[in-house]
Design a protein around this ligand. Structure first.
Ligand SMILES: Nc1ncnc2c1ncn2[C@@H]1O[C@H](COP(=O)(O)OP(=O)(O)OP(=O)(O)O)[C@@H](O)[C@H]1O
Ligand SMILES: [Mg+2]
Length: 310
């Protein structure tokens, strides 16, 4: 495996007696989109802020491109782009000035092409001369994303980038995030919109009360935890399941008008379909349904609570 772009080992953060992060280990791989998911107060923003050099860890270390975020702050700060959860603009500047000053802060020249690309990707071209004070909430959030991109960071942290962004623009932002990734940017995303993680991420890390509960490929996680269900709608209700189907774990649903079968952990629905055909049931429709990431996530956090974490 190649060296991770971000490497986090034994990272803890305490505020007085309170432990916001508890010995976190995490690797972010070159070119991936990793979704960092967790409930309010889990430690997501704290973790990102440490890697971005805004918060000091109490223990442990974090490196970006092999360089320590504390010792090599100047290097790592330049390699990282951060879209913070909270908006923070100087209210006296326009959209375009804000982007230019941000580039200046990093000592890079914002080329006219790059400026146009950012303004258009974030649908802010019409507001380029507007004062940031006059932007709507969603526009401010988009400008935050633009600010994080001006210095072409290798690693982009998006802390709830689409909170308050409307549906159409959210999809436009997703497309832009994918474009950045295709150009080699590594992306870490936090979000409470699970469909956003489902849409964008290749891997998912779940954090709760400062601890990483799991890091796993999204497809694998959803296959392992979420599974697939086959639903067979029947033309007419049946009073009882044929024995062979019941033995395969099938159950009646919709008052006897449908049969649900969970996908076997290995193999296919083949035997189930054969048993259905053999039973001669009046089959109206067949569909498969996949658990959403949201359901998987909720069940994971449920497990965490049941595990009795201190
Ligand atoms: N400066 C601080 N002083 C004291 N406690 C803090 C400080 N910053 C964060 N915390 C606490 O650390 C915990 C983690 O906060 P953090 O902002 O990282 O959560 P989060 O996962 O980003 O949550 P959200 O989804 O609500 O954004 C919270 O309990 C928070 O109150
Ligand atoms: Mg947060």
């Amino acid at each position: 495996m190649p060296d991770p772009v971000v490497r986090i080992r034994g990272l803890s953060k305490r505020y007085g007696d309170f432990t916001a992060l508890d010995r976190v280990d995490l690797d972010v791989v070159q070119g991936e989109i990793l979704a960092l998911l967790g409930p309010n107060g889990a430690g997501k923003t704290t973790l990102i802020s440490i890697v971005a050099g805004l918060v000091r860890a109490s223990e442990g270390e974090a490196t970006v491109l092999g360089r320590d975020v504390v010792r090599d702050y100047r290097f790592t700060r330049r390699a990282v782009g951060l879209v913070p959860q909270e908006t923070n603009f100087d209210p006296f500047f326009t959209v375009e000035e804000t982007l230019r000053f941000q580039a200046g802060y990093f000592g890079v020249r914002l080329s006219p092409d790059r400026l146009e690309e950012i303004l258009h990707a974030l649908d802010l071209a019409g507001k380029r001369h507007a004062n940031t004070r006059s932007l709507s909430g969603g526009m401010k959030r988009r400008l935050l994303i633009g600010k994080a991109l001006v210095h072409e960071p290798k690693v982009l942290f998006l802390d709830e980038p689409t909170a308050g962004v409307d549906v159409r623009l959210r999809q436009q932002l997703w497309a832009y995030v994918r474009l950045l990734r295709s150009r080699g940017t590594t992306i870490v995303l936090t979000t409470h919109y699970l469909e956003e993680a489902e849409e964008l991420a290749e891997r998912v890390a779940v954090i709760d009360r400062g601890r990483i509960l799991l890091v796993e490929g999204k497809e694998l996680l959803m296959a392992r935890r979420g599974g697939k269900t086959l639903r067979v709608s029947l033309g007419a209700p049946i009073p009882e399941l044929p024995g062979r189907l019941a033995a395969m774990g099938a159950r009646l649903a919709e008052g006897g008008c449908a049969i649900d079968v969970d996908a076997p952990s290995e193999g296919s629905f083949g035997p189930v379909l054969a048993a259905l055909a053999e039973a001669g049931l009046p089959i109206g429709d067949v569909e498969t349904r996949r658990a959403r990431l949201e359901e998987v996530f909720v069940s994971l956090l449920g497990d965490g609570a049941a595990g009795g974490a201190p």
